[in-house]
Design a protein around this ligand. Structure first.
Ligand SMILES: *[C@@H]1O[C@H](CO)[C@@H](O)[C@H](O)[C@H]1NC(C)=O
Ligand SMILES: *[C@@H]1O[C@H](CO)[C@@H](O)[C@H](O)[C@H]1NC(C)=O
Ligand SMILES: *[C@@H]1O[C@H](CO)[C@@H](O)[C@H](O)[C@H]1NC(C)=O
Length: 544
């Protein structure tokens, strides 16, 4: 989570270690700018001194970058033989990368830039680890082994086409043009963000009293932080996908108008009371005075002033995933306000809704009293609404990747809305675990393949949906409470699953269990789930 900062430290305080023979290996200023968003050269070896800190650093490659450039030069007269190997953790998603120099040779005596190309296959969505190893034989015959670790989020391209074909709603061009469209959209997104910030700045200036002008560093730092890798890769993935699909959809006509619509001045927003509070995340109830001067009640997601740039960038990325979606069962973002020197405000419409997880827990606490007790029929009604939201989301080619009760909202009429997962890690820390890789994941909601290989598909959302229905029937108990997060993969592999909750009818439990099939192909689709649960619902209501 503190990766952007560590890049900077890494560039300044190089921790140099033993002599590796006279050569330089580094990334040029433009390459570092492209990968990390910092203007500096990054030396791995300078005059033979190895910068272990730089080598140990895992660089997150933005999903739109398909080639890495390394620059090197030999500084001695003796030849320095090298051997390079490149390994990827998931060749199906990212085929073995290619070099434009020979895999074995001698380090050139003049400055040379070589390229490692790593285009994703587009067949599956997954995070892939890339390991580039360079062995250099020194003049004393000792071999120095240098390992460069990279991570890349690969997005689903082809598969989404077949998915659409299935739903037969949209007619799409072939996969190659989709790729180009996606690239264009990534660019457009950048333009959009720049506009967003500029627009905001202009508006904000108008809004503020004229005597109070401050420099706008914060707004530009968001920009620097945003399109860069570094942050949680999976959220980056969905972030970049959002506008591309909106384009295919023609939802982003009048792009500028839309941005202008979304950005509002801070002075139009009033925070009233706190709704949820984490270590740095805050969710407020508040009000927003719209263009017509009317006041709307809103929920506002933001972070405290102590939040890092990365946390802010993550909030914006994750908060924008539901941008411009329009479905009664999806909570899409209403407005954004970015003000210098303080965290952005993300506004969502509020219709007497509360967080579903907290709602369920309240039901449990005082089921005999004022609060609501859920009947099977109500659980099925809620599940059906979530299914409709997910069908819509998948039709728009968005994967949720974090479907859970904590990321849904519900009102007193049990109208459910699926929301994004912005701030959930902070607000529901016990639902997320780090499995030693510095990435906080909803381990107990993840499908087996997401847990093991970080691959996501509509079928992995189906798995999480099964856990969500389990949460509905247990009034938000913690799933697999007795299982250590580190043991989860083994536990699932051994065939264990969540147990049938008390009072949960067999028919409903069968539906959940079906969602947890080991192989993604065996799981039901949301369309099948819809049919299935609707039948069950009809059965339940027949005798009422
Ligand atoms: C590099 O050296 C290591 C041992 O130091 C060896 O295992 C590996 O096979 C070598 N790689 C190449 C490409 O020669
Ligand atoms: C490899 O590609 C880089 C970047 O396109 C280029 O600068 C370099 O000259 C190429 N090297 C060789 C050996 O072709
Ligand atoms: C080369 O390797 C030998 C044995 O591994 C070691 O004793 C020696 O110090 C090394 N030389 C250098 C310059 O690292």
């Amino acid at each position: 989570m503190k990766t952007i900062c560590s890049h900077v430290i890494l560039l300044i305080a190089a921790n140099l270690s033993f002599v590796a023979g006279y050569l330089n290996i580094y990334l040029t200023i433009s390459e570092v700018q492209r990968l990390l968003g910092v203007s500096a050269e990054l030396y791995y070896i300078r005059n033979g001194n190895i910068n272990n800190q730089a080598l140990n650093f895992i660089v997150q490659i933005p999903s739109n970058i398909n080639a890495l450039y390394f620059t090197w030069e030999g500084l001695t007269d003796q030849p320095l033989p090298y051997a390079i190997t490149v390994h990827t953790s998931n060749p199906e998603v990212l085929p073995p990368p290619k070099l434009n120099i020979s895999y074995v040779g001698t380090v050139p005596k003049t400055t040379q830039t070589f390229l490692v190309s790593l285009p994703c296959s587009g067949l599956t969505e997954a995070e892939v680890d890339i390991k580039i190893t360079i062995n250099i034989t020194l003049t004393n015959k000792n071999v120095t082994k240098l390992t460069f670790n990279r991570k890349k989020m690969c997005l689903l391209l082809d598969k989404s086409v077949s998915l659409i074909a299935q739903d037969s709603l949209l007619q799409l061009p072939n996969s190659a043009s989709i790729f180009y469209i996606a690239m264009c959209c990534a660019l457009l997104l950048m333009v959009m963000l720049i506009l967003l910030v500029t627009l905001y700045y202009v508006k904000d200036k108008k809004c503020r009293s004229s005597g109070n002008t401050q420099p706008t560093t914060a707004a530009t730092t968001f920009l620097a932080a945003l399109p860069r890798n570094s942050v949680n890769a999976s959220s980056y993935g969905s972030f970049i996908r959002m506008p591309s699909y909106s384009l295919i959809d023609e939802r982003s006509k009048d792009l500028q108008d839309r941005i202008a619509d979304l950005t509002v001045q801070r002075c139009r927003i009033r925070l009233s009371s706190i709704f949820l509070e984490g270590t740095f995340g805050r969710v407020y109830y508040g009000s927003y005075t719209n263009e017509d001067g009317a006041e709307e009640t809103v929920i506002i997601k933001t972070v405290t002033d102590h939040a890092s740039q990365v946390q802010i960038a993550l909030l914006l990325q994750e908060g924008m995933t539901m941008y411009s979606l329009n479905h009664k069962n999806i909570l899409s973002i209403l407005r954004v306000s970015i003000q210098d020197h303080s965290a952005p405000f993300l506004l969502y419409p509020y219709k007497n809704t509360t967080n579903l997880k907290m709602f369920l827990q309240k039901c449990k606490v005082s089921s005999e009293g004022v609060h609501h007790t859920l009947t099977t029929q109500e659980v099925v009604e809620m599940a059906l609404q979530i299914i409709q939201a997910m069908q819509y989301l998948h039709k728009k080619h968005l994967l949720h990747k974090d479907l859970a009760a904590r990321n849904c909202m519900v009102d007193n009429e049990l109208h459910v809305q699926v929301a994004d997962n912005a701030l959930s890690r902070d607000l529901f820390p016990s639902d997320y675990h780090c499995l030693g890789d510095n990435e906080n994941r909803p381990v107990k909601w993840l499908a087996i393949e997401s847990l093991l290989h970080k691959t996501f598909s509509p079928a992995s959302d189906v798995w999480s949906f099964g856990v969500l229905v389990w949460e509905l029937t247990t009034l938000a108990q913690q799933p697999y409470i007795e299982i250590d997060p580190f043991e989860m993969a083994a536990y699932l592999k051994d065939g264990y699953r969540l147990a049938q909750p008390i009072n949960c009818p067999d028919e409903l439990f069968a539906v959940m269990a079906y969602c947890w099939a080991m192989s993604a192909e065996e799981r039901p689709t949301f369309t099948q789930l819809h049919v299935c649960l609707q039948e069950f619902y009809a059965q339940l209501t027949r005798y009422v």
